[in-house]
Structure formats: structure tokens, C-alpha cells
Design a protein. Sequence first.
Lengths: 577, 237
Amino acid sequence: MEEKPRPTWQIILRSGILGGGIAAYLCLVGLVEAFSERFLIGSFLTLGEVMLVTGILIAGLLTARELKDNKILATGSSLLSGVVSSLPLILLIFITMLFVLRPEILGATYNLRDMFVNLSPELVEILTLGQGLDNLALGILLLILLSALMSLLGAAFVLLPRRWSLGLISGIAWVLVIGIFSDTVSQIVRQVAGQGMIRVIFVNEALTPQAAVIIFAIAFVTGFFSVHTRIQTRWEGIPQTQQSRTRMILLLAAFGFLLVLPWVVGLFLSQALFTVGLFVMMCLGLNIVVGYAGLLDLGYVAFFAFGAYTMGILTTTGSLGRGGLNFWMAIPFCILVGVVWGLILGFPVLRLRGDYLAIVTLGFGEIIRILALSDWLAPFEGGAQGVLHIPYPNFLGIIFDSPQYMYYVVIAGGLIAAFVTIRLRESRLGRQWMAMREDEDVAEAMGINLVQTKLLAFAIGASFGALAGGVWAARLGNIFPHSFNLLISINALAVIIIGGMGSIPGVIIGALVLVGMPELLREFTEYRYLMYGILLIIMMLVRPEGLLPEATRRRELHTGEDENFEPVSQQPVGSDR
Amino acid sequence: MSILVIDNIHTYYGKIQALKGISLEVEEGEIVTLIGANGAGKTTTLRTISGLLHPRFGTIFLEGEDLSKYTAHEIVFKGVAMVPEGRGIFTRLSVQENLDMGAYSRNDKAVIAKDLELVFSLFPRLKERRKQVAGTLSGGEQQMLATGRALMAHPRLLLLDEPSMGLAPVLVENTFETIQAINDEGTTILLVEQNATMALSVADRGYVLQTGEIVLSDTAENLKQNEMVQKAYLGID
Ligand SMILES: Nc1ncnc2c1ncn2[C@@H]1O[C@H](COP(=O)(O)OP(=O)(O)OP(=O)(O)O)[C@@H](O)[C@H]1O
Ligand SMILES: [Mg+2]
């Protein structure tokens, strides 16, 4: 399929308006203004400004990418598309002026800000680079200039020789990442290097200019010299035995790193790591149901709830306590309850497929939550009051009362879950799941017992979820029905979709991105679901198979562009024999 | 000795009776064909044998063992593999993965490797296209893959449902040669076909099915000479 080249002016306009549109959108939803006080470097670069220019950067990048064969034309065009991309922002300035700040000019009788709360004087300040309405002409000129420059920067990513652009991207990315996560990074630095170092690197939660320059320089140099292939060729040059030994050492190092991690990063981050680990455990279970067996389950939170309540009721020292077990003795019961309920909920949906299955499981999740809330069951599990006084686990006299200890519980649980998942995937059952996911009818004709295969997927998946629920209850100390809402199911599903269906590294990456990041970026809490939405849309457009997909799944979404396809001599099929 | 004995089976779809008392036998090492018009009940017969449908009356014996107490997947384990009508492959998996899937129930790695070799020698084209996504194979190649996948289960009895459906004339001939070759390797075959001419040319014996009943059974040679068969199925007046 050869596409006809678009005329240059069309490319300029299209990329410019797209980039400017993104920037204007971020202004309108309030992100730019909300982060205009969040400094990244010293007191001159804010996160809001970064968001504003990102859109414009994209304009330059897109233009340059389409015209990259002719560098001079590409540079000029991206400069122009930068100017174009400032137009939506200039429009925003005028709209704010005419309908919010100075309605008398046009005699506007209503205030547009009632609808668009973010059309504020502060936004005009930001967009005119501090000039405001008094120096409007100068402000707009500056904005156009800035846009043109940023667009050129975007173009530079594409047009510079590969090593230079790699260096540039890695330099900018590292400065931004450390600036945005300054809170987190400073905690780690404090643990490792002490308070003195912090003063060198950070001022008021932002990087000091000299630190920014140093980080940029280091990252630039690493980016510049990191031409990927060279490491790979050198790796392949190493003899086989040494390769496997190196791999072993790396694996051990990674494991050791995992073990000391909570003590390096401190309390707050350990809690975040705990949450990530918990989600990994839970999502590995959901991954079996959805990723391997292809059964879309939207009520997965129910199993999480069963695990949490089992742990709560069996171990609590409060009035609801039954059994008075300790954490370790209760864990097998959590798993057992998960399996049993997986089977019970699995039976009625055996004959359902696809969307019907999704709706019914969605209903199950809600039923369980409402039952947990009901007065009817309150004597057993506390109703709306929940279960309180769940003791912390106790291991050889150590009380696991901090996330730094509980972290080890989820690491152990996660490793077990990953191990079980890998063994299952390679077993006969794993193949049956795959066959069923691909085509139930063919699987049946092949003699696969669909009933048994489906029920096992539900039961095993549920057991992981219940295990996670039990651990979670013991960490929190008390559980309430309203915690077990649909959002948990949706989060878990988003983790495996973004990470890459059916892939274990995918689940881990997905949990880090979707669960870990929001924990660290507390400032974004308000915008969390907006970010989720944007991320999901971008992912579905750009990489529908997820970040680290399983091979089969990637192929499913890219049939027609099959990289393994080897053209063979064109002869009639019949001449084979 | 008879590998398969079907005795007077009646199969229903709800209230609709599709099979009205069918009896047939397949001897070890034979190719037996079942011919009949559309809707005669050929597919229904094969689905009943493989356990996907259950007869209301009648019994099916595989090597003297009553199959009625077994489920479809247990019957596969007993050595009966079916290539369903309309091919039945996993369109989103690669050729190799489809073949692996066919052997999903087996543990004997060495024999699996040998069977794979056999499949590739029967269908060299599949070997060339091992990594290709099955859904992008041509119709004829998909039929080869479906047959190959069934062979990977190392069946003693292979049930083929219209393997020549929708294939170009050159390919049809090729398909029947392959069926003969599979049989020569020692697999017993029950073949359902619309193309009676070809079916009777490879088969040892045949049965003619009409609206759920067997109306005729004889050696393939004799059926080819039969006036009624010539008129109805071979297009000879
Ligand atoms: N799932 C079903 N529900 C109801 N009736 C069915 C069903 N499947 C098949 N039948 C009916 O049973 C009869 C036998 O069908 P069958 O598929 O066995 O025919 P066939 O001999 O294989 O025909 P063809 O050569 O067209 O494939 C037909 O009348 C058909 O309409
Ligand atoms: Mg049929």
C-alpha cells in the first residue's frame, strides 16, 4: 500500500493544529495551571510549562517525521508548524479576554468561566509568559517565538543524527523524570547519601539548576554512547557457558536488589511497592482468566473480597472473630475459599461467551459487595461496619507492622503466583486454555473438555485474587465493604491490558505504571482517571497489544503485517506432491 | 477385526431426528466413505461418533468398547480424531502452534517429533509456512493444516468431514492422494464426502446415507457400478 505524499502545507497545518490542540486541551482541563507552581528546576521551569510545550513539541516532531528526507524543508516546516500550533493558544487568550476578563469590550452578557472554570487570569499570565493583558502584543509575540523554538526542538529529535537525538532525548527525559519524582528521589537519596546531598540536588522539591545540568550531561553522554546493537553483539560474542553464568549472576543480583529494596527506599515508598506487589499477585490471577482462558471477567474484585473477609473473620481479635487463627494459618483458607467461590461463580456462566460473560460477572462483583454491606449478613461479617482489629502477621516474633515487612509477603506471594503461572502456561492445561481462547468450537472438536477447562481457569484465577485479598486485609487491619468496588476490577483489568495480555513481565510493568506511579504522583490524584483514560486511548491506538505482550497476542493484533512471513516461490499448491 | 461398530443409532437435535437408526462398520486399516446429499446426516454421524452429540438409542463400539459412557475428550484419548467440516483450525495461531495444539494431549516427545515429520512429509507446504498465521493460509493450505493437526493426535481412526469442500480441481485430486498416503501409514479413515467419484476411487467400501438412514452399502467398486448411485451421486445418467 503506497500512500500518496501529502502536500507540505497540509502537513504543517495538520501537525500544528494537532499539537496546539493538545496544548489548548491541557490548558482547558486545568492541568497547565494546576502545575504552574510545581517547579521542576530551580524556580524557572514548572511542570505546567512542560505540559504546555509538550503539545507543541509533538507538532514539530510530526512535521519533521513526515518530511525527514529533506532536512532543510523539514526544519523550515516544523518552524512554521510551531507557529501554527500557537494559534489555538492565542485563541484561548482572546476568548478569555473577551468573555471572562474584559466582557465590556464586546458587551458579552455572560461569563464563559461559569462553564470553563480554567479560563482564568492566571492562565493568560502563563500563556503570555508573564506579560498579561497589559502587554498583550509582546506576550503573544513571545508565545509564538516559544512555540517555534519548541517545535524546532521536537524536530531535532527526528532530524539530528541518531546518537545526538538519543542523547538529547535521554538527557531531557532524565531531568524531567527526576524533577517530577523529586519527592521520591529525595527520599531515596536521604536514605543512601544523607541530608547533605539533598541540599546539593534539591531546592523546594525541585532540582537545583546545577544538578539539572549535571544530570542532563550524564544522561546525554549515556544516551549518546548507548547504541543498542553494540552491547548486543558483544553479548552474543560471549561463549554459551559464560552467558548462562552471567545470566545467573544477574538474576541473583536482581533478587538481592528486590530483598534490600524496602530498606533503601524508606517507609512511604515501601507502601507503594507493597501495593504494586499486591496488584501483581492479583493481576496474575486475572491474567489466567482473561489472558490465558479468554474469559472476560469484570467481577474479579469479588474474589479479592472473599480473601479479605476470610482473613478478617478467621484472624480478627474483635467480636466477629471465628477460629482465632494467625495470619499464616488463615492463608490456606483464603486460597481455599477463593477456589470454591471461583467454581461456584464459574458454574452458572459456563455457557456464556464474550460480552454476556462480562456483564454477568460484573453483576456478580456488585452482588458480593452489596451482600457484604447488607444487614442480613452483618452478624457474620460486620455489614457496613466492616471487620476491625485484624492482627498483623507475626513471623518468629517479628511483627509485620510496617510495609517494609509486608513487602516481603507480597514478594513471596508474587513469586509463587508467577511460578505457578509459568508452570501452568506450559502444561497441558495451559494449551487447553489457549485453544479455548482461540476458538471454543475447534477446541471442543479437538476433544478439549470445555467445562473442566473453564472451571479450572476461574478457580485458579480466583485463588490468586483471594490470596491478595487476605494479605491486603492483614496489612490494613480493618476492611469495609465499600473498598471492594468496581474500580478495583477495572484497575486490575487495565493493568493486564496496558501491560500486555497473557505476559508476566507485562503484568509487572502494568502494575508499576498504573498502580505504582499514581502512588508516587500524589499531586495528580485529582487527574488520575483523566490520565488513565488518556493513557488507555493512546495505548489502544499506538500499541494495542500492551507494553510487553505475549508473542501470540501481538500477532493477533497485527495480522497482515506478519513479520515472520517468508515469501515462498509462487507455485500452485497442488504441485507439492 | 472391526475397529468401529455402530449399531442402530438415533440422534436428535431437540425434537428433530437427524439419524434414524444407522448401523455401519469400519475394519482396521480400511478407508470407508459415507456419501449422501446435503442434510442427509453425514456430519451428524461423525459428531455422534466423536462424542460431541449423544445418540438417544443405539451403541457405538470402538474395538469392542462401548463409547457411550465417554465424553468427547476421552474419545480423543482413545484414538479418534476428527477434522471438522469447514476446516476448524486456530486462525490466529501459527501453523506450528496449530500442529503443537493437535498433540496437546500427548507426552511422548519422541513420537510427537516423528509424527510432525510425517505431517511435514505429507504436506511439505506446511513446513515451508511453519511460522505463518494460519488464518492467512489459502483455503487448500488450511485444509492441509486441519488434517495435519488431527494427525498430530496420532489417531487410530481419523474422521474426515468433506476434506475437498471448496478446493480447486487440482487440489481435490491432491487431497485424495494424501488421504491414501495417510491410510498407507496405517491410519484407518472414515471419510464423509460430497464428491462421490473421488471418494469411491480411494475407499475400500462405502455407505449411502439418505435423510438419516443408510440405504445402500457395498464395496466401492460395486457402488460405482450401481445405477442408483450413478444417477444420484456420480452425475451419470
Ligand atoms: N444444530 C442443529 N440443530 C438442528 N438441526 C440440525 C443441527 N445440525 C444439523 N441439523 C439438521 O440435521 C440434519 C442432518 O444434518 P448434517 O449436518 O448431518 O447433514 P450433512 O449430511 O452433513 O449435510 P452436508 O453435506 O450439507 O454437510 C439436517 O436436516 C440439518 O438441518
Ligand atoms: Mg456436513
